[in-house]
Design a protein around this ligand. Sequence first.
Ligand code: NDP
Length: 291
Amino acid sequence: MTDGMNFQRNLVGVFGQPVAENPSEIMVEAAFRHHALPWRYLTIEVAPEGLGDAVQGARAMGFAGFNCTTPHKVAVIEHLDGLGESAALMGAVNCVVRRNNRLIGENTDGKGFLSSLRPVIDPAGRDIVIFGAGGAARAIAVELALAGARGLAIVNRGRERGVQLVRLLNTSVADAVGGLLQADFHPWPETYAVPAATDIVVNATSIGLFPNVEEELAIDYDTLSRDMVVADVIPNPPQTRLLREADGRGCRTIDGLGMLVDQGRIGIEHWTGVSPDADVMRSALAGLADH
Ligand code: NDP
């Protein structure tokens, strides 16, 4: 063997259950290869009762961090050494980063959404309708508020989750942004009419996700107007019924693949310090759809 060879790789990955169909590894490893980074991203199934041991294992093996997906986004917090600002506000972590040997929980879901939104519209001072009040909606609503959104209308099927999110926005999040935010809960009627003054419409529910691609959002598509930006979190398939209807009415649209790639890109930046090429990551995911 020649002196100076080094077969060791820096380790990151994703912990979840189920996790086998999570495509992050494909996208992140494409970036590692493209930038010649000596890193590996592993897809690891971790049961809820094994989460504490898995985090200890990651510490022992010197992981630079890891993503957390269902069902660990909240449960992981008690095993970490600290939280970033938005993760603390949301009470959920999807990206753990080792800094000075401390494991810090971040939330990059909402940040990924913001970075796919910003090239199209700055959310500061805007009126925004968000469908959903689950994990994705919570992350998106908190980041939009931190970015200066003025009005957030949360439209959700279940009342309790919707009201809880609005309470979070109007208390801790409003405090963090100096109180300029107004969030309201709207029960989801049979057909929701988007108010004419709305600037941005976001589907943050799971409606439209494969294999239920024909499932429809209960909204009156004719209330979408061409000066609105319409975004969908669904990454698979990225061209949802909502986006097709919005596109047909002249709205600018943003798909969920952009959010997925951008949250992955932000994670890689946290772990490696390198800003990866988003096109390489997006192409790797698009390649999966061809199989
Ligand atoms: P949750 O289970 O936490 O929340 C699901 C949300 O969808 C809830 O608000 C739920 O309403 C609503 N919902 C589900 N089915 C219906 C229905 N038939 N009618 C009305 N409302 C419905 O899931 P997440 O928030 O974690 O994920 C939501 C979606 O976001 C998923 O499809 C996921 O793929 C996507 N996502 C995309 C990301 C990306 O990077 N592009 C990142 C993270 C998530 P209720 O409260 O009433 O049950």
